[in-house]
Design a protein around this ligand. Sequence first.
Ligand code: ZN
Length: 177
Amino acid sequence: MTVLNVLIAPHSTLSTKAAVVTVFDDALRQQLNDMTETMYADNGIGLAANQVGILKRIIVMDIGDDNSLTRDPNPIKQKLFYFINPEIEWTSDEKVVFEEGCLSVPGQGIPVERSASLRLRYHDETGKEKTETFHGLQARCILHEIDHINGKTMLDYLSKLKKDLAVRKIMKHYSSR
Ligand SMILES: [Zn+2]
């Protein structure tokens, strides 16, 4: 397994919509392994393929065994998900505002309003279709990562003025890797 470089905003790959996966082969599973390794190495709870320069609709997520929004930042047990070609089938009317972080937007915490629950249809690493309902931090993480594969980062929830300020800060303190 390989730890991949995580792209830092602003980067064109982070604002590009990723393509649907049609082939479920060993090369895809290798990419999933590498993304998982990268997520763990950077203490992330989720990672979208765009963030490591792969324009495919792939997400890995592991928030551990505590699904609360205010959970311990270092999960004890691993609970790994692979979401390939994720499609949101339903979101709850109930919304929650919560400050998010992002490996591609270092040093920034941005409050984002998102649905509290959702139902997701996706393919697993073998191409099998699954449908599952998620709540809490898992639902929030999935919505954040789906933004990534649609070419959106949490910076896009800011006003233009605040976004420009945040981008300038990131460019000053984090050289692109
Ligand atoms: Zn992110």
